[in-house]
Design a protein around this ligand. Structure first.
Ligand SMILES: [Zn+2]
Length: 250
C-alpha cells in the first residue's frame, strides 16, 4: 500500500519513529510520501526519506506557516527539490478555517509555490480547508493541474471539477466514521484519480479514532474505500498504489 500523506517527521513520533515505520511495513505499507509544512520539517522529511527505502518526500510551506517564510524560501525549496527523493511540492494551499496566517499572505505563498512547481515539473500536494470557493479559481487561473487535493473535503460538484481538471483526490480515515458527502461522489469520480492517505499523526481512522494516527492504519482507509466502491480491498490497494506511482513518478 502507498500512504501518500505522512508526517513522520512530526514530534508526535519522536519516541518511536522507527517502530512506526516497522509497523507500517508489517501492515503491508511499503510506500510513503512524507510531507513537510515548513523549511525545517522539509529537511527532516528529506533526511527520513534518504534513510528509508520506499519513502519519498514533498517540500513546501503550509498555509498555517505562510506568515513565517523567509524571503528566499522559494530558492530554498528549489534547492531541496533537486534531491532525487523529493517528488512533490507540498503541502501548500489555503486554510480559512484556522486562519493562522493572514489570507492575503496565504494566497501569495500558495500562488508562488504553484508557479515554482510548474517550473520544477513537480506535482503539488494541496491542503484546502473552508476555502474551496477561493482555491479552485486561483488554481484554474494558474493553469497547473498536476497534483492531489489531499484529505479532500468537497461537495459533489467540486469533487467532479477537481477530477475534470486532472487532479487526484486523497482519501483519508474520516471515511471510516463520517464521509457522508465523500461517499456520495466517490463512485462518480474516476477511480484512477484516487489515492489513500493517513495524514498521520492526525485524523486516525476507526478503530483508532482520537488516538495518534500512523501509516500502518492506512489499511483501514483502504478497506473503507473498498466498501464504498463495492470492490475488494486488494483491488483498492493495487489501484491506489498504481495511481500514486504515476502521480509522484516513483
Ligand atoms: Zn498534512
Amino acid at each position: 500500500m502507498f500512504d501518500t500523506h505522512t508526517h513522520l517527521a512530526h514530534r508526535a513520533f519522536r519516541k518511536d519513529r522507527e517502530q512506526a515505520f516497522e509497523r507500517a511495513l508489517e501492515a503491508g505499507v511499503n510506500m510513503m510520501l512524507e510531507i513537510s509544512w515548513d523549511l525545517r520539517s522539509a529537511e527532516n522529511a528529506l533526511r527520513f526519506a534518504e534513510t528509508h527505502e520506499g519513502v519519498w518526500a514533498a517540500v513546501g510551506i503550509h498555509p498555517h506557516d505562510s506568515r513565517n517564510t523567509p524571503k528566499n524560501y522559494l530558492q530554498q525549496i528549489e534547492y531541496l527539490s533537486k534531491h532525487e527523493k523529493i517528488k512533490a511540492v507540498g503541502e501548500i494551499g489555503l486554510d480559512f478555517y484556522r486562519d493562522l496566517s493572514p489570507r492575503s499572505v496565504q494566497r501569495r505563498i500558495f500562488a508562488e509555490q504553484i508557479e515554482l512547481a510548474d517550473e520544477l515539473k513537480l506535482p503539488i500536494v494541496i491542503h484546502c480547508r473552508d476555502a474551496m470557493e477561493e482555491l479552485l479559481p486561483l488554481v484554474e487561473e494558474r493553469g497547473y493541474f498536476w497534483g492531489v487535493f489531499h484529505s479532500v473535503s468537497a461537495d459533489s460538484n467540486q469533487a467532479e471539477r477537481i477530477a475534470e481538471l486532472g487532479f487526484y483526490l486523497g482519501i483519508n480515515g474520516t471515511l471510516t466514521y463520517n464521509g457522508k458527502g465523500t461517499k456520495g461522489w466517490l463512485p462518480k469520480v474516476p477511480a484512477e484519480r484516487l489515492l489513500i492517505e493517513t495524514d498521520c499523526p492526525y485524523l486516525a481512522p476507526e478503530p483508532h479514532r482520537r488516538q495518534r494516527n500512523e501509516p500502518a492504519y492506512v489499511r483501514y482507509v483502504c478497506e473503507a474505500l473498498a466498501d464504498v466502491l463495492e470492490t475488494s480491498s486488494g483491488d483498492v490497494e493495487a489501484m491506489t498504489e498504481a495511481n500514486g506511482r504515476k502521480l509522484f513518478c516513483v
